[in-house]
Design a binder for this molecule. Structure first.
Ligand SMILES: *Cc1c(COP(=O)(O)O)cnc(C)c1O
Length: 355
Protein backbone atom coordinates (compact mmCIF):
# COMPACT_ATOMS: atom_id res chain seq x y z
CA UNK A 1 0.00 0.00 0.00
CA UNK A 2 1.20 3.52 -0.77
CA UNK A 3 2.18 5.39 2.38
CA UNK A 4 1.30 9.05 2.76
CA UNK A 5 3.89 10.54 5.11
CA UNK A 6 2.35 13.29 7.26
CA UNK A 7 5.05 13.06 9.96
CA UNK A 8 5.79 16.34 11.75
CA UNK A 9 9.55 15.83 11.80
CA UNK A 10 11.72 14.14 10.82
CA UNK A 11 9.44 14.17 7.85
CA UNK A 12 8.88 13.61 4.17
CA UNK A 13 11.67 14.43 1.70
CA UNK A 14 11.43 14.40 -2.09
CA UNK A 15 11.93 10.84 -3.36
CA UNK A 16 14.73 12.05 -5.69
CA UNK A 17 16.61 13.48 -2.72
CA UNK A 18 16.49 10.17 -0.89
CA UNK A 19 17.57 8.25 -3.98
CA UNK A 20 20.45 10.59 -4.86
CA UNK A 21 21.66 10.57 -1.27
CA UNK A 22 21.44 6.77 -1.15
CA UNK A 23 23.59 6.60 -4.30
CA UNK A 24 26.21 8.86 -2.75
CA UNK A 25 26.23 6.70 0.36
CA UNK A 26 27.22 3.76 -1.84
CA UNK A 27 29.55 5.63 -4.17
CA UNK A 28 30.26 9.34 -3.87
CA UNK A 29 30.85 11.00 -7.25
CA UNK A 30 32.27 7.81 -8.78
CA UNK A 31 35.13 7.89 -6.27
CA UNK A 32 34.62 4.28 -5.23
CA UNK A 33 34.15 5.54 -1.66
CA UNK A 34 31.03 6.19 0.37
CA UNK A 35 29.96 9.72 1.27
CA UNK A 36 30.20 8.43 4.84
CA UNK A 37 33.88 7.53 4.61
CA UNK A 38 35.46 10.56 2.96
CA UNK A 39 37.04 13.53 4.68
CA UNK A 40 34.89 16.62 4.91
CA UNK A 41 37.99 18.39 3.61
CA UNK A 42 38.18 16.15 0.56
CA UNK A 43 38.33 18.23 -2.62
CA UNK A 44 35.07 16.66 -3.77
CA UNK A 45 33.14 17.62 -0.66
CA UNK A 46 33.93 21.34 -0.50
CA UNK A 47 31.86 21.96 -3.66
CA UNK A 48 28.86 20.35 -1.90
CA UNK A 49 28.99 22.92 0.90
CA UNK A 50 29.73 25.75 -1.52
CA UNK A 51 26.80 24.91 -3.76
CA UNK A 52 24.45 24.45 -0.78
CA UNK A 53 25.41 27.90 0.51
CA UNK A 54 25.05 29.42 -2.96
CA UNK A 55 21.60 27.87 -3.44
CA UNK A 56 20.47 29.05 0.00
CA UNK A 57 21.45 32.58 -1.01
CA UNK A 58 19.86 32.30 -4.44
CA UNK A 59 16.57 30.72 -3.37
CA UNK A 60 15.99 33.08 -0.44
CA UNK A 61 17.57 36.07 -2.23
CA UNK A 62 19.81 36.63 0.77
CA UNK A 63 21.41 40.08 0.52
CA UNK A 64 25.17 40.76 0.68
CA UNK A 65 26.65 40.73 4.16
CA UNK A 66 25.04 37.53 5.40
CA UNK A 67 26.63 34.11 5.99
CA UNK A 68 24.94 30.73 5.69
CA UNK A 69 26.18 28.13 8.17
CA UNK A 70 25.61 24.39 8.52
CA UNK A 71 26.10 23.34 12.13
CA UNK A 72 25.34 20.47 14.45
CA UNK A 73 23.20 20.58 17.58
CA UNK A 74 19.72 21.16 16.17
CA UNK A 75 17.51 24.20 16.53
CA UNK A 76 17.54 23.50 20.27
CA UNK A 77 21.21 24.47 20.50
CA UNK A 78 20.41 27.73 18.70
CA UNK A 79 18.03 28.59 21.57
CA UNK A 80 21.24 29.01 23.58
CA UNK A 81 23.62 30.21 20.85
CA UNK A 82 21.32 33.09 19.89
CA UNK A 83 21.41 34.81 23.29
CA UNK A 84 25.08 33.85 23.77
CA UNK A 85 25.92 35.77 20.61
CA UNK A 86 23.35 38.58 20.58
CA UNK A 87 21.96 39.26 24.06
CA UNK A 88 23.93 41.92 25.87
CA UNK A 89 21.28 43.30 28.24
CA UNK A 90 17.74 42.67 27.15
CA UNK A 91 15.86 40.64 24.55
CA UNK A 92 12.20 40.48 23.52
CA UNK A 93 10.47 37.19 22.75
CA UNK A 94 7.03 36.38 21.37
CA UNK A 95 5.68 33.29 23.11
CA UNK A 96 3.71 31.27 20.56
CA UNK A 97 4.24 27.73 21.80
CA UNK A 98 6.49 24.94 22.98
CA UNK A 99 9.52 25.94 20.90
CA UNK A 100 9.24 29.63 21.80
CA UNK A 101 9.07 28.68 25.47
CA UNK A 102 12.25 26.64 25.16
CA UNK A 103 14.00 29.55 23.44
CA UNK A 104 12.85 31.92 26.20
CA UNK A 105 14.10 29.59 28.92
CA UNK A 106 17.62 29.56 27.49
CA UNK A 107 17.73 33.32 26.89
CA UNK A 108 16.94 33.99 30.55
CA UNK A 109 20.38 32.68 31.47
CA UNK A 110 21.99 35.56 29.56
CA UNK A 111 20.04 38.69 30.46
CA UNK A 112 16.65 40.25 30.86
CA UNK A 113 13.95 38.63 28.75
CA UNK A 114 10.74 40.48 27.96
CA UNK A 115 7.93 38.21 26.86
CA UNK A 116 6.06 40.75 24.73
CA UNK A 117 2.94 38.59 24.40
CA UNK A 118 1.79 35.02 24.82
CA UNK A 119 -1.16 32.92 23.72
CA UNK A 120 -0.50 30.30 26.42
CA UNK A 121 -3.92 30.94 28.01
CA UNK A 122 -5.58 29.80 24.77
CA UNK A 123 -3.31 26.76 24.39
CA UNK A 124 -1.36 28.70 21.73
CA UNK A 125 -4.23 28.50 19.26
CA UNK A 126 -3.46 31.94 17.83
CA UNK A 127 -0.56 34.35 17.33
CA UNK A 128 -0.78 37.45 19.51
CA UNK A 129 -0.97 40.67 17.49
CA UNK A 130 -1.17 43.57 19.91
CA UNK A 131 2.06 44.10 21.74
CA UNK A 132 4.93 46.52 21.98
CA UNK A 133 8.50 45.54 21.29
CA UNK A 134 10.80 47.47 23.65
CA UNK A 135 12.99 49.73 21.52
CA UNK A 136 15.99 49.13 23.78
CA UNK A 137 15.97 45.34 23.28
CA UNK A 138 19.00 43.80 21.57
CA UNK A 139 16.68 41.73 19.40
CA UNK A 140 13.15 40.41 19.01
CA UNK A 141 12.77 36.63 18.70
CA UNK A 142 9.91 34.89 16.90
CA UNK A 143 9.02 31.32 15.92
CA UNK A 144 7.53 31.70 12.45
CA UNK A 145 5.79 28.34 12.39
CA UNK A 146 4.56 26.61 15.51
CA UNK A 147 4.95 23.00 14.50
CA UNK A 148 3.04 21.62 17.47
CA UNK A 149 0.10 24.04 17.62
CA UNK A 150 -0.34 24.63 13.89
CA UNK A 151 -0.09 28.42 13.78
CA UNK A 152 2.16 30.40 11.49
CA UNK A 153 3.41 33.93 11.01
CA UNK A 154 3.31 34.07 7.24
CA UNK A 155 4.65 37.60 6.83
CA UNK A 156 7.96 39.19 7.72
CA UNK A 157 7.23 41.77 10.37
CA UNK A 158 8.51 45.23 10.98
CA UNK A 159 10.23 45.73 14.30
CA UNK A 160 12.07 48.61 15.97
CA UNK A 161 14.87 46.18 16.88
CA UNK A 162 16.61 43.43 14.87
CA UNK A 163 14.51 40.30 14.39
CA UNK A 164 15.72 36.72 14.95
CA UNK A 165 13.56 33.82 13.80
CA UNK A 166 13.32 30.11 14.35
CA UNK A 167 12.15 28.93 10.90
CA UNK A 168 12.71 25.22 11.52
CA UNK A 169 9.40 24.11 10.10
CA UNK A 170 8.56 26.63 7.38
CA UNK A 171 11.86 27.55 5.77
CA UNK A 172 11.63 27.51 1.95
CA UNK A 173 7.83 27.42 2.05
CA UNK A 174 7.55 31.10 1.14
CA UNK A 175 9.81 33.97 0.06
CA UNK A 176 11.42 35.67 3.07
CA UNK A 177 12.74 39.21 3.25
CA UNK A 178 16.02 38.23 4.90
CA UNK A 179 17.07 41.89 5.23
CA UNK A 180 14.53 42.22 8.06
CA UNK A 181 16.43 39.67 10.18
CA UNK A 182 19.88 39.45 11.72
CA UNK A 183 19.59 35.72 12.23
CA UNK A 184 17.34 32.93 10.92
CA UNK A 185 17.90 29.37 12.04
CA UNK A 186 16.33 25.94 12.05
CA UNK A 187 16.80 22.22 12.33
CA UNK A 188 16.85 20.65 8.87
CA UNK A 189 14.54 17.73 9.54
CA UNK A 190 11.24 19.44 8.69
CA UNK A 191 11.66 20.90 5.23
CA UNK A 192 15.26 20.40 4.16
CA UNK A 193 17.18 17.27 5.05
CA UNK A 194 17.43 14.37 7.47
CA UNK A 195 18.12 15.32 11.11
CA UNK A 196 21.66 16.22 12.03
CA UNK A 197 22.28 19.59 10.43
CA UNK A 198 21.11 23.03 11.53
CA UNK A 199 21.07 25.94 9.13
CA UNK A 200 21.88 29.44 10.36
CA UNK A 201 21.66 32.59 8.26
CA UNK A 202 23.47 35.33 10.10
CA UNK A 203 24.16 38.98 9.36
CA UNK A 204 27.89 39.38 9.65
CA UNK A 205 27.97 42.88 11.11
CA UNK A 206 25.51 41.91 13.87
CA UNK A 207 28.19 39.66 15.37
CA UNK A 208 30.84 40.67 17.89
CA UNK A 209 28.63 43.09 19.82
CA UNK A 210 28.35 41.27 23.15
CA UNK A 211 31.00 41.70 25.80
CA UNK A 212 31.03 38.16 27.23
CA UNK A 213 33.43 35.41 26.24
CA UNK A 214 31.69 33.02 23.82
CA UNK A 215 33.06 29.46 23.78
CA UNK A 216 34.66 28.78 20.40
CA UNK A 217 32.14 26.23 19.17
CA UNK A 218 29.18 28.38 20.25
CA UNK A 219 30.50 31.52 18.61
CA UNK A 220 28.90 32.12 15.20
CA UNK A 221 32.03 34.02 14.17
CA UNK A 222 34.06 30.79 14.40
CA UNK A 223 31.80 29.13 11.85
CA UNK A 224 31.61 32.20 9.61
CA UNK A 225 35.43 32.36 9.56
CA UNK A 226 35.77 28.65 8.83
CA UNK A 227 32.96 28.20 6.31
CA UNK A 228 31.15 25.71 8.58
CA UNK A 229 34.33 23.56 8.62
CA UNK A 230 35.78 24.47 12.01
CA UNK A 231 35.11 20.91 13.06
CA UNK A 232 33.67 17.97 11.16
CA UNK A 233 30.30 19.07 9.80
CA UNK A 234 27.37 16.64 9.37
CA UNK A 235 28.41 15.58 5.90
CA UNK A 236 25.50 13.33 5.00
CA UNK A 237 22.64 15.69 5.96
CA UNK A 238 24.45 18.55 4.20
CA UNK A 239 24.64 16.45 1.05
CA UNK A 240 20.92 15.66 1.31
CA UNK A 241 20.17 19.35 1.95
CA UNK A 242 21.97 20.20 -1.28
CA UNK A 243 19.78 17.73 -3.16
CA UNK A 244 16.65 19.30 -1.64
CA UNK A 245 17.83 22.79 -2.57
CA UNK A 246 18.42 21.65 -6.16
CA UNK A 247 14.97 20.08 -6.14
CA UNK A 248 13.33 23.30 -4.89
CA UNK A 249 15.10 25.27 -7.63
CA UNK A 250 14.09 22.77 -10.32
CA UNK A 251 10.46 22.91 -9.16
CA UNK A 252 10.39 26.68 -9.57
CA UNK A 253 11.83 28.04 -6.31
CA UNK A 254 10.23 29.25 -3.11
CA UNK A 255 7.42 31.12 -4.89
CA UNK A 256 6.31 27.79 -6.34
CA UNK A 257 6.72 26.09 -2.93
CA UNK A 258 4.46 28.80 -1.52
CA UNK A 259 1.87 28.32 -4.26
CA UNK A 260 1.78 24.59 -3.59
CA UNK A 261 1.68 25.08 0.20
CA UNK A 262 -1.31 27.40 -0.12
CA UNK A 263 -3.05 25.01 -2.49
CA UNK A 264 -2.54 21.97 -0.22
CA UNK A 265 -3.45 23.83 2.97
CA UNK A 266 -6.58 25.31 1.36
CA UNK A 267 -7.68 21.85 0.23
CA UNK A 268 -7.33 20.31 3.67
CA UNK A 269 -8.70 23.23 5.71
CA UNK A 270 -11.73 23.41 3.39
CA UNK A 271 -12.46 19.78 4.13
CA UNK A 272 -11.98 20.27 7.87
CA UNK A 273 -14.41 23.21 7.77
CA UNK A 274 -16.93 21.33 5.63
CA UNK A 275 -16.83 17.90 7.30
CA UNK A 276 -19.40 17.52 10.10
CA UNK A 277 -17.00 15.41 12.20
CA UNK A 278 -13.95 17.66 12.41
CA UNK A 279 -12.94 21.10 13.59
CA UNK A 280 -9.63 22.98 13.22
CA UNK A 281 -7.80 24.00 16.40
CA UNK A 282 -5.96 27.13 15.22
CA UNK A 283 -7.47 30.59 14.68
CA UNK A 284 -8.30 30.86 10.98
CA UNK A 285 -6.09 33.87 10.23
CA UNK A 286 -3.09 32.19 11.86
CA UNK A 287 -3.49 28.71 10.38
CA UNK A 288 -0.22 27.06 9.47
CA UNK A 289 0.27 25.81 5.93
CA UNK A 290 2.82 23.30 7.16
CA UNK A 291 1.18 21.67 10.20
CA UNK A 292 -2.57 21.34 9.96
CA UNK A 293 -4.13 20.54 13.34
CA UNK A 294 -7.70 19.37 13.81
CA UNK A 295 -9.78 17.41 16.29
CA UNK A 296 -13.12 15.65 16.30
CA UNK A 297 -16.04 17.92 17.22
CA UNK A 298 -17.10 17.38 20.86
CA UNK A 299 -20.15 15.34 19.84
CA UNK A 300 -17.95 12.92 17.88
CA UNK A 301 -15.01 12.86 20.29
CA UNK A 302 -15.29 9.12 20.91
CA UNK A 303 -14.60 8.48 17.19
CA UNK A 304 -11.04 9.81 17.36
CA UNK A 305 -9.30 6.47 17.85
CA UNK A 306 -11.53 4.92 15.16
CA UNK A 307 -10.60 7.56 12.62
CA UNK A 308 -6.92 7.18 13.38
CA UNK A 309 -7.20 3.44 12.76
CA UNK A 310 -9.34 3.98 9.63
CA UNK A 311 -6.84 6.44 8.12
CA UNK A 312 -3.81 4.36 9.13
CA UNK A 313 -5.32 1.35 7.36
CA UNK A 314 -5.52 3.49 4.23
CA UNK A 315 -1.85 4.42 4.27
CA UNK A 316 -1.87 7.67 6.27
CA UNK A 317 1.25 7.92 8.43
CA UNK A 318 1.97 10.33 11.28
CA UNK A 319 -1.41 12.04 11.56
CA UNK A 320 -1.83 11.54 15.31
CA UNK A 321 -1.83 14.98 16.94
CA UNK A 322 0.83 16.08 19.40
CA UNK A 323 -0.22 15.35 22.99
CA UNK A 324 -0.47 19.10 23.75
CA UNK A 325 -3.27 19.52 21.20
CA UNK A 326 -4.67 16.01 20.76
CA UNK A 327 -6.66 14.93 17.73
CA UNK A 328 -4.79 15.03 14.45
CA UNK A 329 -1.94 16.86 12.81
CA UNK A 330 -1.24 16.51 9.12
CA UNK A 331 2.13 18.00 8.29
CA UNK A 332 2.22 19.13 4.67
CA UNK A 333 5.83 20.12 4.08
CA UNK A 334 7.26 21.08 0.68
CA UNK A 335 7.86 17.49 -0.40
CA UNK A 336 4.28 16.40 0.35
CA UNK A 337 2.45 15.80 -2.93
CA UNK A 338 -1.06 17.17 -3.43
CA UNK A 339 -2.21 13.58 -4.09
CA UNK A 340 -1.40 12.59 -0.50
CA UNK A 341 -3.43 15.49 0.85
CA UNK A 342 -6.28 14.38 -1.41
CA UNK A 343 -5.94 10.82 -0.07
CA UNK A 344 -6.38 12.12 3.49
CA UNK A 345 -9.39 14.19 2.43
CA UNK A 346 -10.92 11.10 0.81
CA UNK A 347 -10.46 9.24 4.11
CA UNK A 348 -12.21 12.03 6.00
CA UNK A 349 -15.13 11.97 3.55
CA UNK A 350 -15.48 8.20 3.62
CA UNK A 351 -15.37 8.18 7.40
CA UNK A 352 -18.01 10.91 7.57
CA UNK A 353 -20.34 8.79 5.42
CA UNK A 354 -20.06 5.95 7.93
CA UNK A 355 -21.30 8.16 10.76
C1 LIG B 1 11.47 20.75 15.52
C2 LIG B 1 11.60 22.14 15.96
C3 LIG B 1 12.62 22.56 16.83
C4 LIG B 1 13.61 21.60 17.45
O1 LIG B 1 14.55 21.21 16.53
P1 LIG B 1 15.76 20.26 16.94
O2 LIG B 1 16.58 20.29 15.68
O3 LIG B 1 15.19 18.93 17.25
O4 LIG B 1 16.47 20.83 18.10
C5 LIG B 1 12.70 23.91 17.15
N1 LIG B 1 11.82 24.80 16.65
C6 LIG B 1 10.83 24.43 15.82
C7 LIG B 1 9.88 25.46 15.29
C8 LIG B 1 10.68 23.10 15.45
O5 LIG B 1 9.69 22.72 14.63
Amino acid sequence: MKKHNFNAGPSILPREVIEDTAKAVLDFNGSGLSLMEISHRAKDFQPVVDEAVALFKELLQIPEGYSVLFLGGGASLEFCMVPFNFLEKKAAYLNTGTWSKKAIKEAKAFGEVIEVASSADANFSFIPKDYTIPSDADYFHITTNNTIFGTELKKDMDSPVPVIADMSSDIFSRPVDVSKYICIYGGAQKNLAPAGVTFVIVKNDALGKVSRYIPTMLNYQTHVDNGSMFNTPPVLPIYAALQTLRWIKAQGGVKEMERRAIEKADMLYSEIDRNKLFVGTAAKEDRSRMNICFVMKPEYKELEADFLKFATERGMVGIKGHRSVGGFRASCYNAMPKESVQALIDCMREFEKLH
